[in-house]
Design a protein around this ligand. Structure first.
Ligand code: 4AD
Ligand code: MG
Length: 433
């Protein structure tokens, strides 16, 4: 097939006759003229076919094209101030390569389950299209951010001998009936080995959590970005969280304004975030603030969805919470200087009810303390032997965090549920398509 011009490139081709490869999303016609709405994955454009531009049979055939017909269109690119991309296509020829068939997703409203069942097709539509393009920009932004700062991309394994983030949501896999392994909840422990080997690393891979409750913030499979840096301490770790999220907000504003508009997402939220300057709260202050709003918790309780929503909505950009009780957090966290009841951990909470975007901490680098914590948590010492061994050989303070890609994207795009921001979501209630 001839080289085609992408719809996203049409504004630069005004006055030229081009070929476009696309699919029909909507058709309206009279005896004299047909208007074909076409998408090609890079954008959407209206193609106008006057009856007198082609022979009678071609015009009659075009008027009968069904939705999702695959088309090769030839026409002149003309400026049109009323059109979304500022151009339309004045056709001189159109050929159908494949029919659309009885396409189930029509312009009328469909239910969430109906669309989820047909996710393989729904991805073609404007909402998912815009979201996947923001996703692509964020993923590229993550790699650029770390590359620009000299981090090494480091891949952690997905089959794990141990849990990282507690045992309640582990997926266990049968290894030939002999041993069992777990699907990774986090690449962190391996990233720590990477940091002590290469200074600053980040992992970016799928992670798995057997979340048995239905919420709009949890998937069984999600993608996590986990930087880990040797010699970096708690304050620097929080600064890195802020820098990353502000950078990604800026990147989306620079590259995906049209997509945000297609999603009716107000860019002002991202503009505030791109400025950085995230407010900070101590855990104790956060407890007071939720109590003032009628949600009383005990010292040591973790925040649930309603509490995170209250805390996130205090400001126009994400908020950092630190000073966490040791008992609330994972075994590997470094205690506060002179206060073993608290750890050097920080969570970053999004506004607008999107909850926790990031969890991170400084890690214990002292051998004896780590050994004690593993024992206190009743963890299988043997499986952690290599992790403990890192503390025997040039152990230094190091810190890192994990950012859930889908949490960030749901918030950036204003999605109602995390399932909207990953191509094929995996949830308690859905494993297909
Ligand atoms: O707070 P979490 O459990 O932290 C860790 O896993 C650390 N080991 C990370 C580290 O320090 N390297 O998870 C990190 C983030 C959360 O803040 C949230 O954004 C996301 O992962 N997350 C989920 N996203 C979607 N679905 C789920 N079920 C998620 N569970 C956590
Ligand atoms: Mg967390």
């Amino acid at each position: 097939m001839d080289a085609a011009t992408r719809i996203s490139d049409l504004p630069g081709a005004i006055g030229r006759t081009v070929t476009v490869h696309g699919w029909l999303t909507h058709l309206r016609s009279s005896g004299k003229i047909a208007f074909l709405q076409v998408r090609d994955g890079t954008g959407f454009v209206q193609a106008v076919l006057p009856a007198n531009a082609v022979d009678e049979a071609t015009f009659a055939a075009a008027r009968a094209f069904d939705q999702e017909s695959a088309l090769v269109l030839v026409g002149e690119v003309v400026a049109d101030a009323r059109a979304k991309g500022g151009v339309e296509l004045r056709l001189s020829g159109v050929e159908r390569i494949a029919p659309g068939g009885a396409y189930p997703i029509t312009p009328k409203e469909h239910g969430v389950e109906f669309l989820a069942e047909r996710r393989h097709l729904h991805l073609r539509h404007r909402g998912p299209w815009a979201i996947m393009r923001v996703r692509d920009t964020v993923i590229r932004g993550v790699h650029d951010f770390f590359a620009e700062r000299g981090f090494l991309r480091f891949d952690a394994p997905f089959f794990m001998p141990t849990a990282v983030e507690g045992t309640t949501n582990l997926f266990e896999i049968d290894l030939f009936g002999e041993d069992s392994a777990y699907l990774s909840q986090s690449g962190q422990l391996y990233a720590e080995a990477g940091a002590l080997a290469y200074g600053a690393v980040y992992t970016f891979g799928p992670t798995f959590r057997a979340e048995k409750s239905k919420t709009r913030r949890h998937l069984l499979e999600f993608w996590m970005i986990e930087p880990e840096v040797a010699w970096l301490e708690h304050e620097g770790n929080m600064a890195l969280m802020e820098e990353l999220v502000a950078y990604l907000a800026r990147r989306v504003l620079d590259e995906r304004r049209d997509e945000l508009a297609a999603l009716d997402r107000d860019p002002r939220v991202l503009e505030a975030t791109a400025e950085g300057g995230f407010p900070r709260l101590s855990y104790d202050r956060a407890l007071e603030l939720v109590a003032e709003r009628g949600e009383r918790l005990e010292w040591g309780d973790d925040f649930g969805a309603p509490h995170e929503t209250i805390l996130g909505d205090l400001h126009d950009r994400p908020v950092l919470i630190d000073g966490w009780p040791t008992e609330t957090k994972a075994f590997y966290m470094e205690p506060l200087d002179g206060d073993p009841t608290r750890v050097k951990a920080a969570d970053l909470i999004a506004p607008e009810g999107y909850g926790e975007l990031i969890g991170g901490s400084q890690r214990i680098h002292d051998l004896e303390l780590l050994e004690r914590r593993i024992a206190e948590h009743g963890l299988p010492r043997e499986a952690f032997e290599w992790y403990v061994d890192l503390r025997r050989h040039g152990s230094v303070p190091h810190s890192g965090f994990g950012m859930g890609l889908e949490r960030l994207l749901a918030w950036f795009t204003g999605a109602k549920h995390l399932r909207e921001v990953i191509p094929f979501p995996r949830m308690l209630t859905r494993l297909t398509p």
